[in-house]
Design a protein around this ligand. Sequence first.
Ligand SMILES: [Zn+2]
Length: 207
Amino acid sequence: MLYPHYRKTIETVFNTKVFDNYGGEGIMVSGQCEYGNYHINDTNLIIEIVDRDNNPVQKGWMGRILLTDLTNYSMPFIRYDIGDLGQLKAGTCECGRGLSLMKQPKGRDTDIIYLSNGNYLIVHFFTALFEFYSEVKQFQVIETDFDKLQLNLVVTEDFNCQLLKEIKFKITESAGMHIDIWENIVDEIPATSSGKRRFVIAKKRNG
Ligand SMILES: [Zn+2]
């Protein structure tokens, strides 16, 4: 996932503009044009956005991405659940390409924390939140139980209780309910066995 702070760093260091693509399982789903919109590769695939019960959601709403590849005859993907969250986007793009639009994918569907009041917290919320705190060098949010979060933080020496209180307040505010949050100041956040560092680890749910 290309997070805004990755994009900023890459564009600064290499003095260039980043164009992001989205795809998986050999399916090229969408790519950014010069206006920053993600154009869907409509001629090669069908993309559907569905809720947890596999019903289509309204355009602009977030849901799970299902892909049907129209060109791969040797390995058919039909309504394939790629495990990502995304949103379609209404309207057309100024660039003039007729291809339909989607928003930047929102990460893995396992990276979403569903709350008991019906709200949810997604990885983009946390990356945007912690971007404001240079005192936090790395973070990881683990949903240990329903409405309970553990924050693993790698911090600088300027980090303090006041900042922590502020961070917890912002998470609670976005959740729209009381949730238990406790912090765990660590030296480093280990990568998973695949070598990726996960920002959010949601609790596994049955069904
Ligand atoms: Zn465009």
